[in-house]
Design a protein around this ligand. Structure first.
Ligand SMILES: *Cc1c(COP(=O)(O)O)cnc(C)c1O
Length: 386
């Protein structure tokens, strides 16, 4: 109980700085050297350390994950009127940069993995081939830290010779067949927004084994300023770089990434152990190829208890939970866009959206906090389950 008599708030996923104070030490160093801005040693080191961690040749630290997706699209040549195939079940930040470039998103349904269905992707390629239109890029997402099934997706992309961008904003620390998500397609992006597995308060990273593309993105992100003493510009630029202070937070957070993944996995397994017996409740699907970071623990419901019942019952106990991302093809802003699904009626993405709930997955949660969540949820199934 807090002073006001309210029960302690349990969050979905809130910033969690290291117990060791790594982040503060890096920030203090930035202050001591007056390297508050612009770019500086923390930015360079954060890029290098993250690239090493995930096993990729080059990285550029940016102001957000959204900025990273924007520059990824630009790096593969997406421009006015181009088509981009984009995962339907995701947060709007995946799709919005397609519009920033004046391009046209076509949304692709998910399959049992919750991420892009390779067969629906193939169907999209075949449809647009008949229309004599070839997309400029494909964007796949690793939702809630679950890896998309990249091999068959890459196979289709390679067959049609179209680059694959991985939106790994939610999946830093997840591995697909032993390789870090974000490093397997042509370009990958991470987010360090406040609710992600590690945070810089706000920030992102664009990574690739194509060092030229990363150099180009770095150039665009720095106002596309040509290397002359006077201010010379041949291209449109952006102010998208990460500050040296925030990169210090990132360096500290990177040191505890493995610890955070371990705790997120513990949270998932706790829910699994204490909720799986409830009728009509399933945990989010983990595939054999996948070693997720378990960013959020999600469930799907198919019985009498609905997602809204869970969300409201938890809220009444001052516990935060959330619906699954509302699919892009259902968003008013994207209502005129094409959507490719294998389903005769509805879609897999819509089904997951209407039946899913994200449970609190905050790494600061204690076993007592987890027990509180479980108790509220079990209560909805009635006395015989308690
Ligand atoms: C958070 C998120 C982003 C955007 O990252 P920001 O750093 O907030 O701009 C993009 N895609 C997905 C799937 C996300 O969850």
């Amino acid at each position: 109980m807090t002073k006001s008599g309210e029960k302690k708030r349990i969050y979905l996923s809130s910033p969690h700085m290291s117990d060791e104070g790594y982040e503060k030490a890096f920030i203090e160093e930035a202050f001591a050297t007056n390297w508050i801005a612009p770019l500086g040693p923390n930015v360079d080191a954060f890029e290098k350390e993250l690239a090493e961690k995930v096993g990729v040749k080059a990285a550029v630290a940016l102001s957000s994950g959204t900025a990273a997706i924007h520059l990824a699209l630009k790096a593969v040549g997406v421009g006015e009127g181009d088509i981009v195939f984009c995962q339907d079940l995701t947060f709007a930040a995946t799709a919005n940069p397609i519009r920033y470039q004046g391009a046209i998103p076509v949304f692709i349904d998910s399959n049992h993995t919750w991420n892009m269905c390779p067969l629906a992707l193939r169907k999209a390629f075949e449809k647009y081939e008949k229309l004599r239109r070839k997309p400029k890029a494909v964007i796949v997402v690793h939702l809630y830290g679950l890896s998309a099934d990249l091999d068959p997706i890459l196979e289709v992309c390679r067959e049609y010779d179209v680059p694959l961008i991985e939106d790994a904003a939610e999946s830093l620390g997840s591995y697909y067949k032993g390789k870090a998500t974000g490093t397997i397609g042509d370009l990958g992006i991470y987010s360090f927004n406040g609710n992600k597995i590690i945070t810089t308060s706000g920030g992102g990273m664009l990574v690739s084994n194509d060092e030229e593309k990363i150099a180009k993105a770095r150039f665009w992100a720095t106002q596309a300023r040509e290397p002359f003493r006077h201010y010379e510009h041949k291209e449109l630029g952006y102010n998208y770089r990460m500050s040296n202070v925030l990169a210090g937070i990132g360096r500290g957070q990177l040191k505890v990434l493995d610890e955070r993944v371990k705790k997120k996995k513990y949270i998932f397994n706790y829910y699994k152990e204490h909720l799986s017996d409830l009728e009509g409740l399933e945990m989010m699907p983990i595939q054999d190829y996948d070693e997720p970071n378990y960013w959020l623990s999600c469930i799907v419901l198919s019985g009498k208890v609905k997602p809204i019942d869970v969300i409201e019952a938890l809220e009444a106990e001052n516990i935060e939970s959330r619906p699954i991302w509302k699919p892009m093809h259902m968003q008013p802003y994207y209502k005129d866009c094409d959507f490719i699904t294998l389903q005769a009626h509805g879609s897999v993405s819509e089904d997951i959206f209407t039946r899913g709930v994200c449970l609190p997955s905050d790494t600061k949660m204690t076993d007592g906090d987890l027990a509180r969540v479980v108790e509220v949820i079990r209560g909805l199934w009635g006395w015989e389950y308690v």
